[in-house]
Design a protein around this ligand. Structure first.
Ligand SMILES: NC(=O)c1ccc[n+]([C@@H]2O[C@H](COP(=O)([O-])OP(=O)(O)OC[C@H]3O[C@@H](n4cnc5c(N)ncnc54)[C@H](OP(=O)(O)O)[C@@H]3O)[C@@H](O)[C@H]2O)c1
Length: 272
């Protein structure tokens, strides 16, 4: 069944878990939705495009016999974020898992970009994650169970000239999640920052970046990213880095001087 719960609280079915995925209609978010649906979890999907939400909700509910609610909302706006926040904090329909996945980069670098676009990106990549996490935690802590996966990026651990604000936003997501995980330790709630590298989704098309220059070895599949993220989250990992190549590069990045890191980052992004 597909419905819009922002028009009124809808209780989760007894004995079934409910997960909310922002950006659940494409890429990594759609892979989260599919994997959680396959496991029998009811879903709340959030994205801007109503037609894609309806299509995804119908597909998953028919295929897996789960309930799928949809909220068509732009998380960069006060109004859209408030509706999603109200659903997250609704005590009559508690969430077992919140996946703060919606996020994007910009086509232009900082010197050429519109400042409103930069702020709009921060609103989705940072402010929505902050507000939805803040809305979800009190009820989860009171219940003594629940989880939040914040989709960050390996871009948050390396400097990059072509996406300065994007990289900084993801550094914030990782740091925020890691620090909060310490605050909620022992309260039954797990927080995980999922940090993928280059993943085949609509992300690069939206940004207008060619995939050709990035070595094949660096590309990940969204389903693999999500499988690793959920596995790590369920074993209580605070940071999840899918793919051996990225695990190695993040560990390596902590060992090399920042000047070397900047040089390597410039080489990869010049090819992208
Ligand atoms: N792909 C990569 O290489 C990569 C690597 C590392 C991290 N990530 C991160 O992974 C997350 C998902 O990215 P993706 O690659 O799966 O992107 P994607 O394929 O472009 O999908 C983005 C999803 O977010 C929704 N969305 C975008 N802007 C929104 C807004 N303002 N309000 C509500 N929903 C919005 C989109 O639907 P609508 O357009 O209908 O709103 C869509 O469902 C992002 O946080 C991204 O930074 C991606």
């Amino acid at each position: 069944m597909s419905r819009d719960p922002s028009q009124g609280g809808v209780p989760a079915s007894p004995g079934r878990s409910t997960a909310q995925v922002t950006g659940g209609t494409a890429g990594i978010g759609a892979a989260f939705a599919a994997q959680l649906a396959r496991e029998g979890s009811d879903l709340v999907l959030v994205a801007r495009t109503k037609a894609r939400l309806t299509e995804k909700a119908t597909e998953l509910s028919q295929r897996y016999g789960i309930d799928v609610d949809t909220i068509a909302a732009d998380l960069s706006t006060d109004e859209g974020l408030a509706r999603v926040e109200a659903r997250v904090a609704d005590p009559g329909a508690p969430l077992d898992l919140l996946v703060n996945n919606a996020g994007f980069g910009l086509p232009e670098d900082f010197l050429d970009s519109d400042i409103a676009a930069e702020e709009g990106m921060l609103a989705v990549n940072v402010r929505a994650v902050l507000r939805l996490t803040h809305a979800a935690l009190p009820e989860m802590i009171e219940r003594g169970s629940g989880g939040i996966i914040n989709v960050s990026s390996v871009a948050g651990s390396v400097p990059t000239a072509t996406g300065a604000t994007y990289a900084a936003s993801k550094a914030w997501v990782t740091s925020f999640t890691e620090s909060l995980s310490m605050l909620v330790a022992g309260k039954g709630v797990t927080l995980t920052a999922l940090c993928p590298g280059f993943t085949r989704t609509e992300f690069h098309d939206r940004v207008g970046v060619s995939r050709g220059g990035v070595p094949e070895l660096l590309w990940l599949d969204a389903d693999d990213v999500v499988a690793a993220g959920l596995r790590d989250h369920r074993r209580g990992a605070v940071i999840s880095i899918p793919g051996a190549q990225y695990k190695a590069s993040v560990i390596g990045s902590r060992l090399v001087p920042r000047s070397v890191l900047r040089w390597m980052s410039a080489r990869v992004t010049a090819g992208a």
